[in-house]
Design a protein around this ligand. Structure first.
Ligand code: ADP
Ligand code: ASP
Ligand code: MG
Length: 816
């Protein structure tokens, strides 16, 4: 004998029901079966909602009831042939007449006791199982409808009744001995010795099936639902969750106790007593093996799954009266037990004379009332404080028997939460070491589950969630690179980079699942105007674990948001120099903040595009070296101009050519002024651990004075022409000495200078042509011959490549 149970979603509509019938027919070829059904999908919820409306005196209840009746009648019409419909139609109509009277009563007396609600809810399963038994009969199966209230005996704890197994087992066995046919059984419902209707708790049909399986010593129990077994986490919250092939009874119990709704916690007890294996199967994918729950603990992964309970409150009981914690604690629990409050988690610090309990929010008020009543006199005398309630929380729990005697699980759990900026309100670990649970802010729940899921199950595949501001040349090159490398990174580097937000100066757009980078997204297609604050807010609200903000703009406004971004524990990668070239205080504050929040702030491309300058300097400093001198050609445009000048063309012509080739800013004065180079040497100096302010840098501008205030670029070129002769003269003087003119930056003895130098031909910079950059680092270790870094120091592609490398670095850093 096998017991097989179908949940509400499996029987939500005639189409699904036909699937269920095929599964049953297939099984019947090999096994004797008894089938347990839940109410049709959503029906229990509707019945309880109607009861609430009626109690509130809201006449709308009648309409909802009507719709519910229509839903049942429609199912009958579709499943049962017209000739055989009448018995079932009558059954359904009589039940709805009873419901009508019942709700009218509730409407009149405005009362909804747990007893009444159990009776109301019982109609769902009574209707579904009867209709389905009759439909199966119509399809040639011999069925026997069983209202479980006739056999499952419970106490009168309405809403969560406890089973009297002695009476129940006997009654089930007798019933099965007496009647033939496939028993079609109502899930969820039961009755007291006095014949009052009770229920086993919401989602209790799983339990009904286990009660039958144990009473009949069934070979196994199958729970058919809308997912392929118990997954590593709720797939509605963690999209990467996957099926757990096998679980021990204890693991399944613990996971469901902490919120894995796929199986009702009590289901495991009767099955465990009789060592009956439970299979969780998917009605919509019957060939999937699903999950097997039995007495074995499979070796391997540290944890089996992660579950969560939303809408939780922390109830804190504190005061000197708790000092004698044994007495205090026992009184708290006595009061809560009497008030029938379920405690999800307890954490106690005897030094604080307090005890902290996690309780479902709806029960927390009852808990407060019960405890304050128990400590009435102590509260009055001030020996105890009033009970404090803290709402809008959730619990998350990691579960698995392999955590026992195996260190590392709690470290990994709290590191993952901490790294993602999730504050933990209370923690508990059972001495059985089967679970570790924590209370966190409810708005962070999905992020927490995903971070934990990644830390425990996907650590070989790290996901980075990128939000990109600035989709100009560099931004676009970056997107292209990510798109090209996505597959390879996933495979070889186990890193998955997804872009969830993009903005340029006009439009922004977001994508929950990540943009499909194989089809370039046009921001102009978005109808959302760029609002930087809103961009950051949306990024925070999406609340992904491992988020990286990439700033590919040169904007001061974006740089001003870095503090806010780092505060939110989001890493930053940027070629934008604005933040690091502000005041020394600001530079220090950002670094400190990133460290404090445990996230990276990477800006290798602030200087010399993708050349490894900043990382190299940082490594030198960390390993104890000291910078004596930095000499650098840091402007590709200036290097191009002065190396071209040697060919004999006039200065203004060379500058014009550089501009035409795209080697300069739109207004070449931005390059010629030396300001950009000054910012770069400022940052290098700071990386070399020197206190430098921008104002202290000696800058020799290459923009002649009379050109500085001219409005348009053509005007500037006009006037610049009059200075060609001066530049030619400078060049001549240098050449006469066998020297070359190079625009460079130096830093020595805490003093930074930017300007044109005449260098001996043997100097490494003299041979530097084109738009290359070169940096010479003279340090304690590299004293005799400086370290030289040379290569293209500008351009969208090399800059984007540097930004990309920083993003990947963050992926590697967040990996454990
Ligand atoms: P049924 O109607 O079949 O009883 P339920 O809605 O009670 O189905 O349970 C199935 C649902 O449980 C799934 O759709 C899923 O959203 C939720 N769920 C929560 N945690 C888990 C988990 N760890 N594994 C699988 N499903 C889960
Ligand atoms: N129909 C009941 C409920 O929705 C029982 C069940 O589905 O298991 O809670
Ligand atoms: Mg269920």
């Amino acid at each position: 004998m096998k017991i097989i149970k179908f949940g509400g979603s499996s029987v939500a509509n005639p189409e699904n029901i036909q699937r269920v019938f095929s599964i049953i027919k297939e099984k019947l070829k090999e096994h004797e079966l008894a089938v347990v059904f839940s109410a049709f999908g959503g029906v229990t919820e509707s019945l309880l909602k109607i009861a609430q409306l009626a109690r509130e005196g809201d006449e709308a209840y009648r309409e909802v009831l009507q719709t519910l009746e229509e839903k049942h009648l429609a199912i009958v019409r579709q499943l049962i042939s017209v000739q055989s419909q009448s018995t079932v139609m009558t059954f359904v109509k009589v039940r709805f007449k009873e419901l009508e009277d019942l709700f009218h009563g509730i409407y009149l007396i405005k009362e909804n006791s747990p007893r009444t609600l159990d009776y109301v809810a019982s109609f769902g399963e009574r209707l579904s199982a009867f209709i389905l038994a009759e439909s199966m009969q119509g399809q040639g199966l011999k069925t026997q409808f069983l209202d479980a209230r006739d056999v499952i005996r419970t106490n009168d704890r309405f809403g969560q009744a406890k089973v009297d197994f002695e009476v129940t087992n006997e009654a089930i066995k007798n019933y099965f001995a007496k009647y033939d046919g496939i028993k079609v059984i109502t899930g969820f419902i039961s009755s007291t010795a006095k014949g009052e209707t009770t229920t086993l708790g919401r989602s209790g049909s799983d339990y009904t099936a286990a009660i039958f399986a144990a009473a009949l010593d069934a070979e196994n129990l199958e729970i058919w639902t809308d997912v392929s077994g118990v997954l590593t986490s709720d797939p509605k919250l963690v999209y990467t969750a996957f099926t757990i092939p096998q679980l021990s009874y204890n693991e399944a119990m613990e996971l469901s106790h902490f919120g894995a709704k796929v199986i009702f916690p009590a289901t495991m007890q009767p099955a465990m007593r009789k060592s009956i294996p439970i299979y969780i199967k998917n009605t919509f994918e019957p060939e999937n093996p699903g999950t097997l729950i039995n007495g074995e603990v499979s070796p391997g992964a540290l944890i089996k799954g992660i579950s969560s309970i939303p809408n939780v409150s922390i109830v804190t009981v504190q005061g000197a009266g708790m000092l004698d914690s044994t007495v205090g604690t026992s009184r708290v629990f006595k009061a809560l037990a009497e008030a029938k409050v379920n405690v999800l988690l307890i954490s106690q610090a005897s030094s604080e004379h307090s005890i902290c309990l996690a309780i479902k929010t709806q029960e927390s008020y009852l808990a407060k009332e019960a405890v304050e009543k128990e400590f009435f006199y102590e509260i009055k005398s001030g020996e105890m404080d009033k009970v404090i309630l803290l709402h809008d929380l959730a619990t998350v729990a990691v579960v698995g028997e392999n955590m026992k005697h195996n260190p590392g699980a709690s470290g990994r759990m709290f590191r993952a939460l901490g790294r993602n900026n999730i504050n933990v309100g209370a923690i508990a670990q059972g001495s059985s070491e089967l679970n570790i649970s924590a209370v966190i802010p409810q708005p962070d729940l999905q992020k927490a589950l995903n971070a934990l899921h990644e830390a425990f199950f996907l650590s070989e595949n790290k996901v980075l969630h990128v939000f990109l501001v600035g989709v100009g040349l560099i931004g676009q090159a970056l997107i292209k690179m990510i798109a090209n490398q996505q597959q390879k990174l996933r495979g070889d580097n186990e890193l998955d980079i997804q872009i969830h937000g993009m903005a340029n100066s006009r439009f922004m757009a977001f994508h929950e699942d990540g943009f499909d980078l194989s089809n370039p997204y046009e921001l102009s297609d978005s109808d959302e105007k760029t609002d930087l604050n809103k961009f950051i807010r949306t990024m925070e609200e999406m609340n992904f674990s491992n988020t990286v903000f990439v700033d590919c703009t040169a904007s001061q406004d974006v740089a001003e948001l870095y503090t806010k971004i780092l505060e939110a524990k989001v890493a930053i990668v940027t070629p934008n120099k604005k933040a690091n070239s502000g005041s020394m205080d600001q530079y220090r504050a950002l670094k400190k903040l990133a460290k404090k929040r445990g996230v990276k702030f990477l800006y290798e491309t602030n200087v010399a595009a993708g050349l490894p300058v900043i990382n190299t300097l940082q490594d030198l400093m960390l390993s104890g070296d000291r910078v004596i001198r930095i000499e650098a050609v840091l402007s590709g445009s200036m290097n191009y101009i002065f190396s071209e000048l040697e060919k004999g063309d006039p200065f203004s012509e060379v500058v014009k050519k550089a501009k035409e080739l795209g080697f300069t800013e739109p207004d070449p004065r931005d390059d010629l002024s030396g300001m950009d180079v000054a910012r770069k040497i400022l940052i290098l100096g700071r990386e070399a651990e020197q206190d430098l302010e921008f104002d202290s840098i000696e800058i020799q501008s290459m923009v002649p004075e009379d050109c500085q205030n001219l409005g348009s670029v053509p005007e500037f070129f006009e006037v610049l022409r009059t200075h060609d002769i001066d530049f030619a003269e400078m060049l001549k003087v240098a050449e006469a000495k066998g020297e070359r003119l190079r625009f460079m930056a130096t830093l020595e003895n805490g003093k930074a200078k930017v300007g044109l130098n005449s260098l001996p031909i043997a100097h490494p910079f003299s041979g530097l042509g084109g738009s290359d950059n070169m940096i010479l680092l003279t340090t304690d270790r590299y004293k005799d011959r400086p370290m030289i870094i040379r290569g293209p120091g500008a351009g969208a592609d090399v800059t984007a490549a540097g930004v990309f490398a920083d993003v990947i670095r963050i992926g590697n850093y967040t990996r454990e």
